[in-house]
Design a protein around this ligand. Sequence first.
Ligand SMILES: NC(=O)c1ccc[n+]([C@@H]2O[C@H](COP(=O)([O-])OP(=O)(O)OC[C@H]3O[C@@H](n4cnc5c(N)ncnc54)[C@H](OP(=O)(O)O)[C@@H]3O)[C@@H](O)[C@H]2O)c1
Length: 314
Amino acid sequence: MTATPAPAVPPTVVAGTAHLFGLVEGDDASRALLQEAWDAGVRRFDTAPSYGGGRTEAELGAFLAGREGVQVVATKVGLAPALGTRGGGRQLVRVARAVLPEAVTRRLRKASQERSRGRFDPAAVQESLAESLRRLGGRIDRYLLHEVQPAEVTPELVAVLRRAVQAGDVGAVGVATQVELTAAAVERGEGVLTVAQYAAGPLDPPVHLPPTVTTRVGHGLLGAGGGALRQLGDRLREDPAAAQRWRAAVAGTGYDAEDGLARALLARRPEGVDEVVLATSRPGRLAGAVAAVAAGPAPQAVQDALAALATPRA
Ligand SMILES: NC(=O)c1ccc[n+]([C@@H]2O[C@H](COP(=O)([O-])OP(=O)(O)OC[C@H]3O[C@@H](n4cnc5c(N)ncnc54)[C@H](OP(=O)(O)O)[C@@H]3O)[C@@H](O)[C@H]2O)c1
């Protein structure tokens, strides 16, 4: 990770919903987390037909119905709900998790996700778009190709997306795929793909996008599932020299509290990113994360220490 000059304006927060109505136990708990985001001032929401076994879009649509001031509703196409995120499948997965080793359930989940991918033929996209519009009450500001491979961005697909924008069915279209594939996918989009959403954590590579991309959205500021936060935390525990440098850098900055590492990561302002997607399943946590994004960037010494922590040991 390299320390780059931080943009003066903090990125706008988008509420992520991948964990809602599925991974979070209980629909009321998911609805309460949406309400927390709203109460924290978040007016942008990111969802997908694959989230919550297909239910999250409809729940988000119901949550936002009649609310004033919604700024962005982003959803996606191309990824169907994975096995075990839908209805009775969830129960099955719970049982499998209880009896099978974690490595096996992880492999099964990955295989199921692989089978759910790549639904980008024009007819399937049109059908998915009509369903998403229905579930989201007719409003889609951003329509993103979910986990798309560059080769899947065909002229036929681009034509469908261009028509959807021209018809006013969606505000803008773009990609939400793996960080390494993002630029190549956008480049095949004939200038139509103006939104790019990608992982922008401390361990992710920088992304260089053509100027036709006007909106860059970063997720995974703490790493997917908080993985980068855990990895850097482990480094602090296992590498005394790194821990000492970190402590010296954060002393007296406000980032020396117990949650200082998480807050410093949330304050990072990845280069070029206009918006950041945040998600938590823990009640009461989101407002602090939103405040950490707004408070950034951390003092330069903290940013440098973070960059050093994210650099693999020689
Ligand atoms: N291809 C795509 O389009 C794509 C891919 C990935 C994500 N997304 C979007 O981005 C959203 C967020 O995904 P993500 O990858 O950034 O995150 P994520 O996978 O949802 O993981 C966030 C992790 O950070 C932890 N966390 C959150 N706030 C924290 C805090 N203040 N302190 C410590 N830990 C904290 C959470 O734990 P707790 O739950 O315990 O708080 C969770 O483990 C998704 O919901 C989805 O909307 C899109």
